[in-house]
Each structure stands twice: as C-alpha cells, then as structure tokens.
Design a protein around this ligand. Structure first.
Ligand code: FDA
Length: 452
C-alpha cells in the first residue's frame, strides 16, 4: 500500500479533473489525480480500430466554447472544419429522402411554419434561462413538471414539427426519449449552448475538430502533472471530516485537505463515503441518470458521398440512425461517416446479435447515402453503456422535477469534498467546455478557501 499526502486529491482524469489539477498546481497547491481506468481522458478517447483513428467519445468544438478554445490554444492544438460542402439529406416519416441546404429541414410549408414558431418560442424562453441557475426561471416549477414531449404537444399538433424539434434536444443532446426529461431540462440544454437556434445549426454546434483528436486535451494536461497522475486506481473509499479527506484505492492511500470528485455524478455511489454523505446528497444523486447513445463509425476507401454532391450531413427522426455526418479525419484519403443511434433505439439494437445490429445500422446509413454505405472497410460502435466508469453517453441529466428540487444543491461542496464534471456545468453543459469550466471553478473555490 502506497501512502502519500497532498493538498488536494482529484478523483478522475477526464477534462474536468486534469483542468482542476493544473489550476491548483499553478496556485502552488500539491495534487494527486487518481484515475480508475488505465488511460487518461474519460469520455474523451481516440483509438486505432483496424488501422483507423477514431474518436470514440467527444470530438466537436463549437465557437461559443471559450474555455475549451482557450485550452486548445494554450496546449498548441490545431483545429479543422468539419466537411460540409454540398447538400444535406432529410428523410421524412414516409421514408422519402430530400436533399437540402441550410438549417431548415425540407418539410411541408405548414410544418416549416410550425418548426420556425417553435424555435422562436424556445429562443425567447431560453433568453430568460441562466444556465447556471435554470431553477430561477419564473416558470421553472411548471416547466420542470412536464416532459419536453408533453410541452411540445401543447404547442403544436404538427407531428413532424414536434418530432424534429424533439430530436434536437432528445436524440441529439440529452440522448433520452423526450418524455423522460422536463421542458426546463430542455431549456437548460439550449441555454448552455447560447440559444435553441444554435442546437438546430449543425454548422455551429459541430463546427470544428482537433487534429489528432480531442483526447489530447486531457492527455497534455495530464502530461504536465507528471507523476501526480495515478492510473488504474479506482477510489473505493473516501473518509472525510472537517480536517480533510483520505482517499483509498486497492493499492494507494492519499491524505489531503480537499477532494474533488471529477466524474459523472451517477458514479458517486461507487464510492463508500465514511461517514456517509448527507441525506440531501444521497437523495439528489438518485435523481440524475445518464443518457445513452451509440456513436457508430463507418470508414470507406473514399468519401463516396462527396462524389454525389452530399456533405454527409443527414437527419431523420424516423431513422434508426437519427443523424450522421462526414467524420473524415484531417488529411485522410479515406472517408469516414459517423452516425448516432439514441436512447430506446440503442437499447433495442443492443438486444440483437452484433452482426444483425451492424446490418441494421448500415442499412439505415444506406438510406441516406445509397448502397455503398453498406460496405465499410472499418466499422465500430462505441458502447459507453457497458463502460464501468462511465455507464452511458453523452452525459447525465435530472429526471422530471429534479432540476427545481435539487439543481441548486448539485455543486455545493460537502465539507472538504467538491464536485466538478461536465454534467453539472451551466455553459458547456454535457460538453468538454463545461468540464473545463467546472474544473476551473472548483479549483478556484478551493484556492480561495485554502488561502482564507
Ligand atoms: P469524464 O467522464 O470524461 O471523466 C471522469 C473520469 O473519472 C473518467 O476517466 C473515469 O474513469 C474516472 N472515474 C470515475 N469514477 C472513478 C473512481 N471512483 N475512481 C477513480 N476514477 C474514477 N463533448 C463535446 O464537447 N463535444 C462532442 O462532440 C462530444 N461528443 C461526445 C460523444 C460521446 C460518444 C460521448 C461519450 C461524449 C461526448 N461529449 C462531447 C461529452 C464529453 O465527452 C464529456 O462531457 C466530457 O468529456 C466529460 O468530462 P469530465 O471530465 O467531466 O468526465
């Protein structure tokens, strides 16, 4: 058993944990980062699969993500644009494909009118939501009581408009069915990205990628920490009192003045707290759950869809793969498509044998891009749901009523224990930008506390 003493012990070497550790170090505090996995990065993971470099977790950067962009610049990482020349495609409920440009899906005029009205209404509502305090919205109680699906149903009887607007938040962001989260949770998601219109605009929300992959952010941050990052060290027990904390893994004991839990909140229950966390935390943590999405990569010998004048951008609330994009790596001659299968559809296909699942997903991609999509040279499905130290994708959100009931308490420290993760961010919520913001915020709070 190795025993060490530090000012701060950080549980988790994702973007939040590695950011916090660096900030604390800069302020002269000593740190130890304990990471359960045998790699740094958490939900950021770039891997070679059958000779193709794939970003299995987070990858895109949008222009409003200041904290992430600052970090990329500081680390000397280069970005490149997602390929977006040519037409996008949309498939309607009847299975008909239409090519289009711009943001508005090619739907009948009445549906378009309904969609524009909904987007405008949501934008106006989002303006009144502080992403750090959505529960302070004047109608927060009411909005947190009804599901986003029910809220949409009350606004419009145009089914296709409702399905499409639901898609932007449900399948594409929270990765839960729209009946499983509240209208307030939907507004938080939009407010965290600046507006609902930003979520509709794929060119905004999925703007850039990092040459070599976004995992380099936590990797380079961890490199700066050198020997203070300990891999393969799941924290099993955290003893705490006003005097400090003791974090215990199977082979290490770290004594510190403060702890930062820098991982998804659904994993707090994996740690034995001694004494137990207060009643409030034990309750609130039960009202948060992970969404679930399969990120599918299909690599082809060339980006064949570009030859048909297609950008690769594809949407349909009626397809198994509800959205897909050109995900060709910087400077790569081969072409890569990335598609997403979300929530209940993801559950359903994971009940199938692997070959059948692959066939169904590729069949869905072929509806957008033609039969060539059925024959990739490399095929890979991310499965974050079975990753013990994540348990879902992309991130966590509250159940109905949870935001108003518990949101304000989520970040409140418990004695020397602080909480930081993308899943409790305001701006950048559920994104790497939010993880960095939370890492900075919590480090700042500890530095201030340590100095007083
Ligand atoms: P994260 O989960 O990354 O890190 C927590 C770390 O804590 C993990 O390494 C875990 O192993 C460790 N840990 C947990 N319990 C522990 C214990 N008891 N002891 C020790 N260690 C423990 N974002 C974005 O900005 N753009 C995008 O395009 C996408 N796309 C995307 C796709 C997919 C498939 C996923 C899964 C996610 C995204 N995201 C994204 C979201 C983004 O990846 C995510 O929000 C952040 O990477 C989360 O960073 P954190 O540091 O908060 O947690």
């Amino acid at each position: 058993m190795t025993e060490i003493t530090r000012d701060v012990v950080i549980v988790g070497a994702g973007a939040a944990g590695t950011t916090a550790a660096n900030e604390l170090r800069k302020a002269g505090l000593s740190v130890a980062v304990l990471e359960a996995r045998d790699r740094v990065g958490g939900r950021l993971w770039t891997d070679m699969i059958d000779g193709a470099m794939l970003e299995i977790g987070g990858q895109w950067v949008s222009p409003d993500q200041d904290a992430l962009i600052e970090t990329l610049v500081e680390l000397g990482l280069e970005t490149y644009d997602r390929y977006r020349e040519g037409d996008s495609v949309y498939i309607n409920a009847a299975g008909e494909l239409t090519r289009f440009t711009g943001e508005m899906f090619p739907v009948p005029p009445t549906t378009e009118k309904a969609m524009v009205e909904l987007i405008d209404r949501l934008d106006v509502m989002v303006e009144r939501v502080d992403p750090d305090k959505p529960w302070e919205h004047p109608d927060a109680e009411e909005l947190d009581r009804i599901s986003f699906e029910e809220w949409l149903r009350r606004q419009t009887d145009d089914e296709e408009a409702a399905h499409n607007i639901a898609l932007f938040i449900a399948g594409a962001m929270l990765t839960k069915p729209p009946q499983a989260f509240s209208a307030l949770q939907a507004l938080l998601m939009a407010a965290s990205a600046g507006s609902f219109s930003h979520l509709v605009d794929a060119d905004f929300i999925l703007d850039k990628r990092v040459v070599g992959g976004l995992q380099q952010v936590p990797l380079l941050l961890a490199e700066r920490l050198g020997d203070d990052v300990f891999l393969g060290q799941p924290v099993r027990t955290l003893e705490w009192s006003d005097a400090g904390v003791t974090a215990m893994t199977d082979t290490m004991t770290v004594r510190a003045r403060y702890a930062i839990l820098a991982h998804a909140p659904i994993l707090y229950s994996r740690i034995q707290f001694v004494p137990a966390l207060p009643r409030l935390q034990q309750q609130l943590h039960q009202h948060i759950s992970m969404g679930f999405v399969i990120k599918v990569h299909a690599v082809y010998d060339r980006p064949f869809w570009r030859e048909q004048g297609l950008s690769g951008t594809a949407f349909s609330p009626y397809e198994l793969t509800h959205e897909a994009y050109d995900n060709t790596n910087h400077g790569d001659e081969r072409g890569t498509l990335v598609g997403f299968v979300s929530d209940r559809e993801a559950d359903d296909v994971f009940r199938l044998p692997a070959e059948e699942r692959k066939e169904r997903i590729l069949e869905s991609l072929s509806h957008y891009y033609g039969p060539e999509a059925k024959n990739p040279v490399v095929y890979y499905e991310s499965d974050w749901g079975s990753e013990e130290w994540t348990r879902g994708a992309y991130a966590a959100s509250f159940d109905l009523g949870g935001l108003v009931r518990y949101g304000a308490d989520q970040r409140t420290p418990v004695g020397p224990i602080h909480f930081a993760c993308s899943d409790m961010a305001g701006a950048g919520y559920q994104h790497v930008d939010g993880a960095i913001r939370m890492g900075r915020l919590v480090a700042g709070n500890i530095i201030e506390e340590a100095r007083s």
